[in-house]
Design a protein around this ligand. Structure first.
Ligand SMILES: Cc1cc2nc3c(=O)[nH]c(=O)nc-3n(C[C@H](O)[C@H](O)[C@H](O)COP(=O)(O)OP(=O)(O)OC[C@H]3O[C@@H](n4cnc5c(N)ncnc54)[C@H](O)[C@@H]3O)c2cc1C
Length: 489
């Protein structure tokens, strides 16, 4: 066989995995990416390089998959995903915040120490030292410099403090949730995506081949073993081991197209069933969110960069009627840049541990057709109550920061406003969740191996059983690091 390892998808996890595995010159690694593979950092489009821009995530951007979805009954939207070498890390907010220990403690067969070691290996933290921080990794992590904090960010940090929110200066220290600055994988305003960090510096390795513009159609499974893939162009590519790192929408779709998934769903789509795993594409979670806009006078509060304040809160501490979550189950994130020139600034309010679970149904054996995605956001009364609590807090925060007057609203008014404003953080996780072999919801084991098929792993955000209490970007990179360590011969 030409390849030892074939990786499908060069996103956050796939790039980390390809970069690390190819450090061993004896491993012949092939990475197939559906979108373009820009050859160096300067070739990425400006809106992809500029960390203050979310232009790459615009619905009509060529580098965004923009999967159609239904967030809640009747509320249609798209969920953004990067379609290029670098994947979603190339179009995301670049907030690099680790999952909490409480998140990883809930993963079957994982220990926090292993996750922490993998986070540390990947990072080069420019601000904080100590054993819980890395300095040799390829991913730079920086908080905004003090001199840039004259504007909105500082107002919001002070506003939160005046409301009794504790300071959390290092969001990656594993301390109690509070208010702090966003650690970002960016240097000098450039978003350092996973391709820049892990793959582009490795392109001269003879044992690593990266092919862009090569969408994969399905995995080839013969006598219970994955032997490679078929590309959309019909090319058969064989490898001793195949890894799906196509992200939380496409990895489960590729499993289903290959006959691994919910049997009745596969048959209805015209796909022969090889392994009945009901968890493929089902039971995933994401962070429901709403944006609270507020007017902003640039001359009063100039902001040099898109510095962001990030607040994590325990819903139970805001409202004793809500369950306590000491790790922080609510998030408020300041966006300093307007979404359109002259427009309002925003606080994003999000549920970090929603009860709602999504489904991703294979509707067609044609790999170019998207699965039918449904988020089922705010279906539970508890989720609606927690969302009201975080929006009310954000209203208070604006008032305390001198940015807008408080808008008291009844529960019914607030529910209606939230339903009409609902959006997604695009943090989909758990569509091919890790878990025990006898757990029908589980798709992979703790070492990322697909239950019921030899020679096949899934390494990306799909395997995280429940969306973590913090954004999943740092965690997707960590999964690539962890998988590479486990796959060493
Ligand atoms: C707009 C936006 C903003 C976000 N902001 C943040 C943030 O600030 N902080 C945070 O923590 N998280 C954020 N996230 C989430 C975070 O970026 C993702 O969870 C994370 O990058 C997912 O990594 P992944 O490896 O699972 O998948 P991805 O990075 O999406 O990689 C999947 C890759 O597989 C490729 N692929 C797909 N199908 C195929 C196929 N058939 N054949 C070959 N290749 C294929 C894709 O093109 C892509 O390159 C954001 C996401 C988006 C979209």
């Amino acid at each position: 066989m030409a390849w030892d390892i074939l990786i499908v998808g060069g996103g956050s996890a796939g790039c980390a995995l390809a970069g690390r595995l190819s450090e061993d010159p004896r491993r012949r690694v092939l990475l197939l990416e559906a979108g373009p593979a820009f050859p160096d950092a300067a070739s990425f489009p400006p809106e992809v390089r500029d960390v203050a821009s979310l232009g790459g995530a615009a619905d009509d951007h060529a580098l965004n998959w923009a999967f159609p979805t239904e967030l809640a009954a009747g509320r249609r939207a798209t969920t953004a995903r990067g379609r290029l070498l670098g994947g979603s890390s190339a179009i995301n907010g670049a907030n690099h915040v680790r999952a909490t220990r409480a998140d990883v403690d809930g993963w079957y067969g994982w220990r926090w120490a292993d996750a922490l070691a993998a986070y540390v290996r990947g990072e080069d933290d420019h601000d904080f030292d100590g054993p819980a921080h890395g300095h040799d990794g390829p991913v730079p992590v920086e908080r905004p410099a003090d001199e840039l904090l004259a504007g909105l960010t500082q107002r919001v940090v002070r506003g939160a403090a005046s409301l009794g929110v504790p300071a959390e200066p290092d969001k990656n220290a594993g301390g109690a949730p509070g208010v702090g600055l966003v650690p970002a994988n960016a240097v000098h305003g450039v978003r350092v995506n996973a391709a820049m960090a892990y793959v582009l510096p490795a392109l001269d390795r003879e044992n690593l081949t990266v092919r862009g513009d090569t969408p994969v159609a399905r995995v080839l499974v013969e006598r219970g073993r994955a032997v490679g893939v078929v590309t959309a162009a019909g090319e058969r590519v064989e490898a001793a081991e195949t890894v799906l790192a196509a992200g939380a929408v496409k990895s489960p779709q590729l499993l289903a197209l290959s006959g691994i998934g919910r049997a009745d769903e596969l048959r209805a789509a015209g796909v022969e069933v090889l392994v009945d795993r009901p968890g493929v594409g089902h039971g995933w979670s994401d962070h429901p969110s709403v944006f609270l806009g507020f007017p902003h006078d640039e001359s009063l509060h100039p902001e040099a960069v898109s510095t962001q304040a990030l607040v994590h809160l325990d819903a139970g501490a805001l409202d004793p009627a809500l369950p306590a979550d000491p790790a922080g189950d609510l998030e408020v994130l300041l966006f300093c840049r307007p979404f359109s020139p002259g427009g309002p600034r925003h606080l994003m309010c999000a549920l970090q541990q929603p009860e709602s679970r999504g489904s991703s149904v294979l509707v067609d054996a044609d790999p170019s057709r998207s699965p039918r995605l449904e988020h089922h956001y705010l279906a539970s009364a508890l989720d609606r109550a927690r969302m009201r609590a975080v929006v009310r807090f954000a209203d208070d925060l604006l008032a305390a920061s001198g940015l807008a007057t408080r808008r008291p609203r009844s529960d019914a008014e607030l529910d209606a406003w939230i339903a009409g404003s609902l959006t997604t953080s695009s943090h989909l996780c758990g569509s091919a969740a890790l878990g025990a072999p006898d757990d029908p919801a589980a798709v992979v084991d703790p070492e990322f191996r697909v239950h019921g098929v030899e020679g096949l792993r899934v390494v990306d955000a799909s395997v995280v059983p429940v969306v973590p209490r913090r954004g999943p970007a740092a965690t997707a990179l960590m999964l690539g690091e962890r998988a590479a360590a486990l796959m060493r011969p």
